[in-house]
Design a protein around this ligand. Structure first.
Ligand SMILES: [Cu+2]
Length: 490
């Protein structure tokens, strides 16, 4: 890369032009890169996970940004919806990419259907409130303000209308990248991933439209922690894509409102991390912290095909609150680097098989048209990654360790007892099909009642079993009537 003296001063490592990890000579304070040149440019804004192309400009410009706030009901998990407040119609808000020295003419529109006023605080703006005061916008109105982007970096923007926490908790955040004058070094793939924590009245995966829970938010007791606004945003066919040998750069943000992310990609080491979205590059990083209201840029080259899992390594958030995404890498194997099979299915959990079936069953249940077949289909997808880890994919169990569910006399003998086992766990000894097991099954009470009903309906009608369906009401009845053993929760 060409390295002008100028770029070294103002951009240093952010432009990656020195190739060394020594600290750059940093200009103190914002740098005036001169007046805008040429005709005004309309900024290209993208929905996550896409990133706008590099500005490709060598001189500062006047850049016009149009961003519309909308309050929309969208899924947060399978069968669960939430009223998100958005910058641009999705969570996170649209990605804005400009160049250091640009003069930004910012237009914030608030859709007429909105119920709330909103505004925007861009961390890339220096000046009280970061634009918040000049952008307060009532429903059906537009406001305009102008700022000069003096500092390069990856910045969070968010709504700062009172109650601020609630606006942020509803998804009002996004990223703005201010490229250094030289631009960033080219890579093969760039993606936009932003974490957020959500607080609903219903527990994790409780179906239906879930209202915001202010008390849980104050207590920082998140119901969901997700990437890009929903549990399913980056899994299955929505996974990020790359080919073997490609260099991938992730612009990672964290909207919060509360939690600090331990951002990690299972099976990768970050070659470079622009810590906290600033100008210092750290190398060979396993997990990087992304503060609430902060960012990080991570880069790595993918050498081996397979599925890489993005997680918040504060790990209960990944397995029990939704903080899982996927990067699918295709291409030839490289046995010198990695000899093994696909990434362990333990990490994929039920996210790999998460299916439409769960939403379909939830929708049917809401309409009152739920059939046994709907339940079996949903239960099948939930069984994988929940029960299959122990009872095995075909319910066959493992000798002496995990009893079979396939053709299990014990399972089929008593439906209510089976519900109780899933909710409260089971401590042996127990005799299944004549064989004795003396082990411990942990409670699965973190599962929602309808999920348990669907799983048990599936199990009781598969692997050679045949029986009646299990209803959500039956599960609820057992849950409310049993004294919770320690640790069972809920
Ligand atoms: Cu707002």
């Amino acid at each position: 890369m060409r390295c002008s003296r100028f770029a070294l001063i103002v951009a240093g490592l952010f432009a990656g032009c020195s190739g060394s990890s020594a600290a750059p000579t940093r200009a103190t304070g914002p740098v005036d890169l001169g007046p805008p040149q040429g005709p005004p440019v309309n900024a290209v804004l993208t929905h996550a996970p896409q990133v706008p192309p590099p500005t490709g400009r060598t001189a500062p410009a006047k850049v016009v940004v149009q961003l519309e706030v909308r309050e929309i009901v969208m899924p947060i998990a399978e069968g669960v919806s939430y009223t998100f407040w958005t910058f641009g119609g999705q969570v996170p808000g649209k990605f804005i990419r400009i160049r250091q020295g640009d003069t930004v003419e910012f237009h914030l529109q608030n859709h007429p259907s909105s119920k709330m006023p909103h505004n925007i605080d861009l961390h890339a703006v220096t000046g009280p409130g970061g634009g918040a005061a000049s952008s307060f916008t009532a429903p059906g109105h537009e406001s305009q303000f102008t700022f000069k982007a003096g500092n390069p970096g990856l910045y969070v923007y968010h709504c700062a209308t009172a109650p601020v926490g609630m606006h942020v908790a509803n998804g009002m955040y996004g990223l703005i990248l201010v490229e250094p004058p030289e631009g960033l070094p080219p890579v093969d793939r760039e993606y936009y991933v932003m974490q957020g924590d959500f607080y609903t009245v219903g527990k994790y995966r409780e179906k239906g439209l879930q209202p915001f829970d202010m008390q849980k938010a104050i207590e920082e007791n998140a119901t969901y922690v997700v990437f890009n606004g929903s549990e399913g945003a980056l899994v299955g066919d929505k996974a990020l894509q790359a080919k073997v040998g490609e260099k991938v750069r992730l612009y990672v943000g964290n909207g919060g409102p509360n939690l600090v992310s331990s951002f990690h990609v299972i099976g990768e080491i970050f070659d470079k991390v622009w810590t906290e979205g600033g100008q210092r590059v750290q190398e060979q990083v396993q997990t990087t912290i992304v503060p609430a209201g902060g960012s990080s840029i991570v880069e790595f080259t993918v050498d081996v095909p397979g599925t890489y899992i993005l997680v918040d390594h504060s790990i209960f958030r990944a397995f029990n609150k939704g903080a899982v995404g996927m990067l699918k890498v295709t291409g030839p194997e490289n046995k010198l680097v990695y000899s093994g099979k696909e990434v362990d299915s333990v990490y994929l959990s039920d996210k790999a098989t998460q299916s439409e079936a769960v939403s379909r069953a939830a929708a049917a249940a809401a309409k009152g048209t739920l059939t046994k077949d709907d339940q079996i289909a949903a239960g099948k997808s939930l069984f994988q990654g929940t029960c299959s880890a122990c009872h095995q994919p075909e319910g066959q169990g493992l000798p002496r360790l995990f009893p079979p569910l396939a053709k299990s006399d014990f399972l089929m003998a008593d439906k209510t007892r089976a519900i109780g086992i899933v909710l409260n766990g089971l401590t042996g000894p127990v005799k299944v099909n004549g064989e004795e097991f003396s082990s411990v099954m942990p409670p699965q009470s973190h599962l929602a009642d309808d999920d348990i009903a669907n799983i048990l309906t599936f199990v009781r009608n598969s692997f050679g079993n045949g029986g009646e369906a299990v209803s959500t009401a039956e599960v609820t009845a057992v849950r409310t009537s049993t004294k919770r053993p320690p640790g069972a929760g809920h």
